[in-house]
Ligand binder design. Structure first.
Ligand SMILES: Nc1ncnc2c1ncn2[C@@H]1O[C@H](COP(=O)(O)OP(=O)(O)OP(=O)(O)O)[C@@H](O)[C@H]1O
Length: 345
């Protein structure tokens, strides 16, 4: 007989709650609890199909991404690409028009999730009448976390503000305010840290400090989402990169995936016109003395290099050296953005 979901006594009724006093239900509850405890923790953040429009202008057209626990992900893209808007939607600060977000496995607006997130916004101003130490203490209270005073002082030392703890924030330089913002993002022992342009006002030493801080966070299993125009910074610290362009994900992947073995350097002599044409047919070629750098096709299935070398030799070229070249993230980023704009930028 089919189960009757309307019958409260029917065990198949999904609305009939488990009774912990019933040994069968208690065993099932225990098994479910063990199953859940054994699951890996939810990603630091996950989103799918995010969209946001301001008036008639789409700021974010369709963005899906994930930051795993202990992972450092870089967000790159030109001005106005939608990076800050995505960040704000991930943190429940801007309501998406469409799409879903899970922050540490919970809805983005859930205070329990937000209390475990550290955020350095792109634009911020702290209360100018408070001292740096008071600003930190205030944020610790807002996060509802007990952080001892010594740990708060350590946090100010970490960002290089130990000797300015008692000074009013109103008298801080831009870089010092940014350092304080970083301390605020870190002080409540977050599991996920979002840094929106954390080094825009920092001197070179400050930038190195931020890099070290991000790497230290990762080594403690803290996930980081880093939005920065400093591509070298992203390249040095990020495990993965998401490139946004006009509100969409233009590319994403690990640095190895994005940069890959997409170029080949060859030292060649006795290059006939036919061999030169064969080289040019592979991809863009740059020449410096006897060295040729050729871009490999993005869809290379592993045959491009052996086929090229075989053909060059057949066409009479002398092949002295063949080595993989690695383009920089900056070159890759520009290539992706130019391709997306039909080469008009
Ligand atoms: N509050 C807002 N009201 C109206 N338009 C907005 C608002 N916030 C963002 N936008 C628009 O949304 C688009 C994306 O902006 P966003 O700040 O997310 O870009 P971004 O990639 O962070 O840029 P940048 O690198 O310059 O900081 C832009 O066209 C911007 O003008």
């Amino acid at each position: 007989m089919a189960a009757d979901p309307a019958d409260p006594a029917d065990p198949a009724d999904p609305a009939d709650p488990a009774d912990p006093a019933d040994p069968a239900d208690a065993d099932a509850l225990l098994a479910a609890a063990r199953l859940i405890a054994g699951l890996p923790p939810a990603p630091a953040v996950w989103c799918s199909g995010l969209r946001k429009r301001y008036g008639r202008r789409p700021a974010v057209a369709d963005v899906s991404l994930e930051v795993g626990r202990g992972e450092v992900v870089g967000l790159l893209g030109p001005n106005g690409a939608g990076k800050t808007t995505v960040i704000k939607m991930l943190l429940g600060l801007v309501r998406p028009d469409a799409g879903e977000v899970l922050l540490l496995g919970r809805p983005a607006a859930d205070p329990a999730a937000r209390a475990r997130v550290g955020y350095l916004p792109e634009l911020f101003r702290y209360q100018p009448w408070l001292s740096a130490a008071e600003v930190l203490a205030l944020h610790v209270r807002l996060a509802g976390v007990g952080v001892p005073a010594q740990e708060q002082r350590d946090c100010l030392s970490l960002v290089g503000l130990a000797d300015r703890a008692g000074d009013r924030v109103g008298g801080f330089s831009k870089g010092m305010q940014q350092r304080l913002g970083l301390a605020v993002a870190l002080v409540a022992r977050p599991e996920f840290v979002v840094l929106d342009e954390p080094t825009s006002a920092l001197d070179p030493l400050g930038r190195v400090d931020v890099r070290d801080i991000v790497l230290a966070l990762r080594s403690r299993g803290v996930a980081v989402l880093l939005n920065s125009h400093l591509i070298g910074e992203v390249e040095r610290v990020c495990d993965r990169v998401v490139i946004l362009d006009r509100g969409r994900v233009a590319a994403s992947g690990t640095l190895a995936e994005l940069l890959g073995r997409r170029e080949l350097r060859l030292r060649l002599t006795d290059l006939s016109p036919a061999a030169q044409a064969r080289l040019a047919a592979t991809g863009d070629v740059e020449k410096a003395d006897d060295w040729f750098t050729v871009a490999l096709p993005a869809d290379d299935d592993g045959t491009a290099v052996p086929d090229l070398v075989r053909d060059l030799v057949t066409l009479g070229a002398r092949v002295h050296a063949v080595e993989p070249g690695r383009i920089s993230l900056e070159e890759r980023l520009l290539g992706i953005l130019r391709a997306g704009h039909g080469g008009e930028r």
